[in-house]
Design a protein around this ligand. Structure first.
Ligand code: KIV
Ligand code: NA
Length: 273
């Protein structure tokens, strides 16, 4: 079975909404694979899986290990891996070297990196050398320490103008699509109407060409914080807690394990031992 390709994602603009979610592990990737176009191995895993306060501490080795897991678990989706903080900002050469390692070790379709005008040269350098790049503009979590926290972008006129310039620069540099995060609706709409490549929004309104969310936010497995832009489609965290409570009760009351779970014991009606 063949995976959805980067050119196929690119061609979805103006045709059909791009459906994306994050995945960090093989079992989650397997469950999502049939239903989404694009799986992002996001560096949000630092916060969601590892309990970090920001994404700044995520390393290239972590992204590669989780990228490999997601590739093993999926067969159909286009898999893109986030380049973590520090792995691509220094120079286009360093960016290429690290992105090439991700492409080789993971076998993903491309990489994502946060940045606007200042990153355009790097995006052009990589795409010209065979590495598809998904851009990421607007709210950029790796810049939390300079941007001053998580907030909506594009309210101030100069900030909106800068984001529009960023979008144009990223598109002109050859990115196949761009994530636009935490951006007010009128600006996300303007960007989407302006650039020739798909915009994939997160907290950026339905005007975008596609949507992405963090899977754990969608299914209620990340309880630390629920952003305004998330819709919860399930409360799996509650189910996990309830199951754990039942298991603990059963162990303490010696209701688990039962005979059917034991080796070397003849349980009524059982054939194997
Ligand atoms: O790290 C991440 O999960 C992301 C998306 C939510 C866009 O960058
Ligand atoms: Na990210």
């Amino acid at each position: 079975q063949k995976r959805i390709s980067v050119p196929q994602i690119r061609a979805m603009k103006g045709a059909t909404p791009i459906v994306s979610l994050t995945a960090y592990t093989a079992p989650t990737a397997a469950l999502l694979d049939d239903h989404v176009d694009l799986l992002l191995v996001g560096d949000s895993l630092g916060m969601v899986l590892y309990g970090m306060e920001t994404t700044v501490g995520v390393t290239l080795d972590m992204m590669i290990a989780h990228g490999q897991a997601v590739m093993r678990g999926s067969q159909r989706a286009c898999v893109i891996v986030d380049m973590p903080f520090g792995s691509y900002q220094e120079s286009k050469e360093t960016a290429f070297r690290n992105a090439a390692r991700v492409m080789q070790d993971v076998g993903c379709a491309g990489v994502k990196m946060e940045g606007g005008e200042e990153l355009a040269e790097t995006i052009a350098f990589l795409t010209a050398r065979g590495i598809p790049v998904l851009g990421h503009i607007g709210l950029m979590p790796q810049s939390v320490n300079t941007a001053g926290g998580f907030r909506a972008f594009g309210r101030a006129e100069d900030e909106a103008a800068q984001i529009l310039r960023d979008a144009n620069a990223v598109a002109a540099a050859g990115a196949f699509a761009m994530v636009i995060e935490g951006t007010i609706e009128p600006l996300a709409r303007k960007v989407t109407e302006t650039v020739p490549i798909p915009t994939i929004g997160i907290g950026a309104s339905p005007a975008c060409d596609g949507q992405i969310l963090v899977t754990e936010d969608v299914v209620g497995l990340f309880a630390a914080f629920k952003p305004k832009f998330v819709r919860r489609y399930a409360e799996l965290g509650n189910g996990l807690a309830a199951a754990t409570r039942s298991y603990a009760d059963d162990v303490r009351a010696r209701r688990f394990p039962a005979l059917e779970h034991c080796f070397g014991v003849k349980a009524p009606g059982s054939t194997a031992s």
